[in-house]
Write a protein that binds this ligand. Structure first.
Ligand SMILES: [Fe+2]
Ligand SMILES: [Fe+2]
Length: 181
């Protein structure tokens, strides 16, 4: 019988991803799971899940807009792609802001959650596209993903420290002034 080779000790597993793209993708997966759960929920349970989704999205969009997207722009990721991502965030913010103030009994509540789900799904697919997505472009342009990941992690911890005091979802590129009569 052959003696068993001593197994190399694996480094302790940590749930904290260390590079920017891994961290942002982990957020995407978390929100996807919450959306899935919310599809099967109703009433108070759905409301709580939707509030959690909105909070996660506020934190995620803040991290991207304050740290990751500016780093991408600075490193030369195409303006068009970055502008499109920003406009998609801004469109979602209207639904997020609205849903935070609604109950499951409100008009069109389920429809709004469904539209937000689809909207975020599309945005996430765009960001993660293998060659043409922002994440792939960020890698191709040589962003220091470890350094940016550390900044994202630090900011995330400070935002999560006070979940009652998250920034209000504020669109940067779309206003409602054009609708005023
Ligand atoms: Fe995004
Ligand atoms: Fe994202």
């Amino acid at each position: 019988m052959r003696a068993k080779k001593p197994q190399a000790k694996r480094p302790a597993r940590t749930d904290v991803p260390d590079d920017a793209v891994s961290l942002l993708m982990a957020d995407h997966r978390k929100v996807e799971k919450l959306f899935k759960k919310s599809e099967k929920a109703s009433g108070r349970e759905k409301e709580a899940l939707v509030k959690q989704i909105c909070a996660e999205l506020i934190v995620h969009t803040t991290l991207e807009e304050d740290i990751f997207y500016p780093a991408c722009r600075e490193q030369g990721v195409e303006e068009d792609a970055m502008d499109e991502a920003q406009v998609e965030h801004d469109g979602a913010k209207f639904l997020i802001a609205d849903l935070l103030n609604q109950s499951a009994a409100s008009d069109c509540y389920d429809a709004k959650v469904t539209v937000l789900t689809e909207y975020i799904k599309h945005h996430v697919q765009e960001e993660e596209k293998p060659r043409s997505g922002i994440f792939a472009k960020a890698r191709a342009k040589g962003l220091d993903l470890d350094a940016i990941g550390a900044q994202l992690q630090e900011r995330k911890e400070s935002l999560m420290a006070d979940p009652e005091d998250l920034p209000a979802p504020t669109p940067k590129t779309i206003g409602l002034s054009t609708l005023a009569t």
